[in-house]
Design a protein around this ligand. Structure first.
Ligand code: GLV
Ligand code: GLV
Length: 327
């Protein structure tokens, strides 16, 4: 008998077909977002779940579904899953690291450049019919080349962002839970490890790439924003909640920093509407990994994990190796 899985969101048809070769698949192709209660019910009788960051996977779900063996998230971030509860319940949890590193680093650059060079703001102005004459000071902003890039969260994505700065002759500083090995710092454009406050004081462009957790909640709040240069930009491609959005709105409004580029928001997709009133912020709908090949690779990676886990193997991207396996 095939194992039973629930695919919590619409995904690529070819990946769904691949899963159907291995499993008895129930899937949410109408793509309505399920909350915790509905997902708990959908998990009934299932051996595995294919989830995305939109679905909360919590202790109550595990308690109500003792047959569940694996939850495979199609994302590198997994703060939607209570991994400690999964481990306690004997459920394997997986994510999709590596496959999105370069695409996500590309996007961090696109967003940082658009923010510094006011690309979306000036395009909106042009589309609105305001372009009547050239002016020496229209849409001027800070330079990117030759500037100091400050990266908070120096995992693989952070390092890929740093490597890209070589062509822009940038000086790279970073803050992380731990300092990188010297050879990795060298590959990351000779990135220099500094304290968070020093980074915020020195950087011309701050990029956030750290995972969300209780500890990283509001890593950037009013006190941190106050340390930044008034000419600096802040780019967040990590997770909503790492930045205190209300504090950022206040800082952008009063010119405390030059501009922000945000791909993620507190309470997204219901983000703070005050952002829409500001011209010095570039807003994108959580798309940093959204190249077509990378999203397909992420879906296949999540499928690989599910297939391995339910075949009794160790899935390639197991987040809780201490989990006691179910038979
Ligand atoms: C996207 O945000 C991811 O975590 O992969
Ligand atoms: C975080 O997702 C990282 O790899 O830096």
């Amino acid at each position: 008998m095939k194992a039973k899985i629930f695919v919590a969101r619409a995904i690529f048809p070819e990946v769904l077909e691949r899963l159907a070769q291995h499993f008895d698949v129930e899937s949410n192709q109408e793509d309505r977002i399920y909350g915790a209660d509905e997902l708990r019910q959908k998990a009934q009788g299932k051996d595995g779940l294919f989830t995305t960051p939109s679905e909360p996977v919590n202790a109550a779900l595990f308690a109500a579904n003792p047959q569940l063996k694996a939850v495979c998230n199609m994302a590198v971030g997994y703060n939607n899953i209570d991994v400690a509860a999964a481990t306690a319940a004997g459920v394997m949890a997986t994510n999709t690291p590596e496959v999105l590193n370069e695409t996500t680093a590309d996007f961090a650059w696109a967003l940082m450049m658009a923010t510094a060079r006011r690309i979306t703001e000036s395009e909106h102005w042009l589309r609105a019919g305001h372009w009547k004459k050239w002016s020496y000071d229209s849409f001027t902003g800070p330079d990117v080349h030759g500037a100091t890039l400050g990266i908070i969260g120096m995992g693989r994505i952070g390092q890929a962002i740093a490597r890209r700065s070589m062509g822009f002759d940038m000086n790279v500083i970073y803050h992380n839970r731990s300092q990188l090995k010297p050879e990795l710092e060298a590959r990351a454009n000779n990135a220099k490890y500094v304290g968070k406050e020093e980074l915020l004081r020195q950087a011309d462009h701050v990029v956030l790439v750290l995972p969300y957790s209780k500890e990283s909640h509001h890593t950037i709040a009013a006190a941190e924003l106050a340390l930044m240069k008034p000419t600096a930009t802040l780019t967040n491609i990590a997770r909503g909640g790492i930045v205190d959005d209300a504090a950022l709105i206040q800082t952008l409004r009063t010119g405390g920093i030059a501009a922000a580029g945000l791909d993620v928001f507190e309470n997204e997709p219901a983000f703070n509407p005050e952002f829409l009133k500001l011209s010095n912020v570039v807003l994108t709908p959580h798309i940093a990994s959204a190249s077509t090949p990378t999203r397909l690779a992420m879906a296949n990676c999540a499928a690989d994990n599910l297939i391995a886990a339910l075949a009794g193997q160790t899935p390639p991207n197991l987040l809780n190796p201490d989990v006691a396996r179910k038979g």
